[in-house]
Each structure stands twice: as C-alpha cells, then as structure tokens.
Design a protein around this ligand. Structure first.
Ligand code: PGA
Length: 258
C-alpha cells in the first residue's frame, strides 16, 4: 500500500477547555470555514461534558468524535469513571489514550494504557495511543527505546486485526504546549521507527495501514512541512485547535501534498 493510501487524520484535543455552548459554536464556525473535509479525517476531542451534545450534532457531519480518556472496565462500582461502551453510546469513534499529561499528572503507566487500548477496541472504538519522550530522555539518546516500549506495552494485547484499527500519536513531551515543534526530520525518523516496530510485530500490511500522527505545537504555519514527510499521517493538535479559524487552517493545509 503506498503511503498516500492512508487517509490523513487531524484531531483537536481541547483538553480542559470549552463549555457545551463554546463547543457548539466551534462546530458552527469550523463547518463554515471548512465545509468539505473529504481528503482529511477530522476528529474533535472535547471534555467529557460536551461529548453527548456534540455526538448528536456531529452525526449529520463528516466530523468524528473522540474522548480524551477512558477507564478499562466496562461497568461496576468505579465512582467517577467512564467506560468505552458509554463513550460509544454518545457517538464517539475514537478515544485518546495515554496522553503525556495523563502519564505525568495522573500516574498513568504503560500497563494502564495497554488495558485502556484493549477496552476501547473491545467496544468497537479506535484508540489514539499517545507516545513520546521527555527532553531528558531525548538528550540521553533514549528516544527510540522509550517510544518502542510505549508502543509495545500500549498495544500489548493487539492482534494484527486490532492493531490495524489503532492510531498512534507521536508527541515529544518537550514539544507539547511549548511552542517548540520537532523539526519534520526529527518527527519523521521517530515515525519511521514506529512503523518499523509495527511491521516487525504485526507484519508489513498492518504497519502500512496504521496512521501515525505528530503532536506538539502544531500550527497552521508548520503543518504542511510535517505532512510532507512520508510517515506523518496527521496531527494531534492542542492549543491551536481551540480557535476554529486556526484549526480550519491546519485542516486545509493538512492533506498530503497540499
Ligand atoms: P499542543 O498540544 O498542540 O498545545 O502542543 C498537543 C497535545 O498535547 O496533544
């Protein structure tokens, strides 16, 4: 499968931002600016509170809905948790799993990420599995090893069929919210490394099918150069996704060869 057969996927990770009204307004503004998103799959990841209303709203559009986290058990006495079947029920297609902020502030381990990935796939949803090294790890030359471990443990339970459903987001921690983007070449070498790992474990066809997003200070003025790299199949966008005009500009420039 040629690289171009992978449909680019650009996701807005709103983190802890936007009321329901603000989320609805964003959708109105974004669709006006970007009514046709055929070449790129667009995903919105609002806070939990906006998932159900946006799920209703997005049903008549080409936009997909993602949750920012999930618990790995489907139901039971787990106060405060939200499971994958409940996310499917309100219209989610994707779930972000293992974001570095969850690893850093909430103690999420690779093992927890693996259980969440399994739960998401079991519910018929698709995980966006986040991996990436810290600045200290990069400076110590550990980038490839750190990312390899995160991919292997995060996808530990995957078969070839379920691995093909996964989206991976390579997000170097030092580039998130800092304004410092990895250069296209820095990102590409890690994306290539991830694809090689996927091929070794699940075969060439799976490796060629899996989309690998880059994340970390993606903006309208750097998306095209990132997307020009062979193994960069999209972006996970934080800060620059909060404004509809900025996110629309990223989507418009986020196609392959655009
Ligand atoms: P940023 O965040 O675009 O604000 O750097 C990216 C992310 O955390 O997914």
């Amino acid at each position: 499968m040629p690289a171009s057969a992978r449909r680019p996927i650009i996701a807005a990770n709103w983190k802890l931002h936007k009321t329901v009204a603000e989320a609805q307004q964003f959708v109105t503004d974004f669709l006006r600016l970007c009514p046709d998103t055929d070449t790129v799959e667009v995903v919105l990841a609002p806070p939990f509170t906006a998932l159900a209303p946006l799920g209703e709203r997005l049903r008549a559009t080409a936009l997909s809905l993602a949750a920012q986290d999930v618990f790995w058990i489907d139901e039971g006495a787990y106060t405060g948790e939200v499971s994958a079947p409940l996310l499917a029920d309100v219209g989610c297609t994707y779930v972000i799993v293992g974001h570095s902020e969850r690893r850093q502030y909430f103690g999420e381990t690779d093992e927890a990420v693996g259980k969440k990935v399994e739960a998401v796939l079991r519910a018929g949803l698709r995980p966006i599995v986040c991996v990436g090294e810290s600045l200290a790890q990069r400076q110590a030359g550990q980038t490839f090893a750190v990312v390899a471990q995160q991919v292997e443990r995060g996808l530990a339970a995957c078969t070839a069929a379920s691995a093909a459903q996964v989206v991976i987001a390579y997000e170097p921690v030092w580039a998130i919210g800092t304004g410092v983007t990895a250069t296209p070449a820095q990102a590409q070498e890690v994306h290539r490394h991830i694809r090689t790992l996927l091929a070794r474990r699940w075969g060439e066809a799976v490796a060629e099918a899996v989309r690998i997003q880059y994340g970390g200070s993606v903006k309208p003025d750097n998306i095209a150069a990132l997307m020009a790299e062979a193994d960069i199949d999209g972006a996970l966008v934080g800060g620059a996704s909060l404004d509809a005009a900025s996110f629309a500009a990223i989507v418009r420039r986020g196609g392959k060869g655009s």
